[in-house]
Design a protein around this ligand. Structure first.
Ligand SMILES: NC(=O)c1ccc[n+]([C@@H]2O[C@H](COP(=O)([O-])OP(=O)(O)OC[C@H]3O[C@@H](n4cnc5c(N)ncnc54)[C@H](OP(=O)(O)O)[C@@H]3O)[C@@H](O)[C@H]2O)c1
Length: 267
């Protein structure tokens, strides 16, 4: 798909991560990217940092656009969409909890819509995104959306009915690991370790565990068994976690996130 003009409506955290990834990854040159925002300081920053065009007027920005990424908060959509209705472009929405069919209705029949659930590690080019083609989206549109989010991590295609599960797994997922890391750090400090040292060890451990799952191709339960010797330290810790029901608590937590996502999208 030839993209001469790619527009981001909203130049916040997620738009910046994508702009950076697209330029660095050679997916789209800065000269083909326009961003909009209501905040003039933000526009100056984006223009000066990435060399993209940056304007306040959404309607003007989307004129002759091939791709428009809706990167404002979901609650701003009702205000933004009528102003850009009638678009003849691929429209990619990254808003949590908004159905592609609802967005398509507000934009009119010429828009081809794709819904994406990214996550915050996209900010460090290590994101995980679920991508769902919506009304009017073509194979070429889907291929472009996958390429775009692969510029900031991994991207997988999922049926839109599973976007609430994606939200509960990778969308909200970073926070589950942050929470676990908070507790690990608190205990390391309580045991007398310097916080900065503990922080480095915990973060690297999480990165390492993730990479082992990806690179070994083994299931997490197999990897866990391999590092747990009978009567050892890991076994002592895991016995406490099991006794506390961590596994079933995590499953309940994911169900709560999934159900809340369904509630927010009214699906
Ligand atoms: N960040 C994440 O980890 C994450 C993960 C998954 C999905 N998402 C989704 O990604 C979208 C963007 O999130 P974000 O974290 O990048 O938000 P953000 O940093 O708040 O960025 C949104 C930007 O849009 C601007 N804006 C507000 N009204 C506007 C308008 N009418 N026209 C143009 N720009 C406008 C905001 O300005 P002000 O700040 O001045 O209002 C802000 O700079 C959201 O829909 C969110 O649900 C984010």
């Amino acid at each position: 798909m030839k993209v001469e003009k790619l527009v981001f409506i909203g130049a916040g955290n997620m738009a910046e991560a994508l702009v950076k990834g697209l330029i660095q990854g050679g997916v789209c040159p800065a000269g083909h990217i326009t961003v909009t925002d209501i905040n003039e300081d933000r526009l100056v920053y984006m223009r000066e940092t990435y060399g993209v065009e940056a304007v306040q007027d959404n309607a003007l920005a989307v004129q002759a656009a091939d791709v428009v990424v809706l990167a404002v908060k979901p609650q701003v959509f009702p205000e933004v969409l009528p102003g850009i209705a009638g678009l003849d472009a691929l429209v990619i929405s990254i808003a949590a909890g908004l159905l592609s069919v609802g967005i398509a209705e507000l934009l009119g029949p010429a828009a081809r819509v794709i819904r994406v659930m990214p996550n915050s590690p996209a900010l460090v080019q290590c994101g995980a995104a679920g991508i769902s083609p919506g009304p009017g989206a073509t194979e070429a549109d889907l291929a472009f959306a996958l390429e775009m989010f692969e510029a900031v991590g991994i991207a997988v295609q999922v049926d839109e009915s599973l976007q609430d599960v994606v939200t509960s797994l990778s969308g909200s997922g970073p926070a589950y690991f942050f929470y676990m890391m908070e507790a690990m750090l608190a205990e390391a400090e309580a045991s007398g370790m310097d916080r900065e040292l503990a922080r480095a060890l915990v973060a690297q451990t999480l990165i390492g565990a993730g990479r082992m799952v990806v690179e070994s191709g083994l299931e997490p339960d197999e990897l866990r068994r391999r590092v747990t010797s009978r009567g050892g330290t890991t076994a002592a810790a895991l016995a406490v976690l099991e006794e506390a029901g961590l596994g079933s608590t995590m499953q309940r937590a994911l169900r709560a996130a999934r159900d809340r996502s369904r509630e927010l999208s009214g699906s």
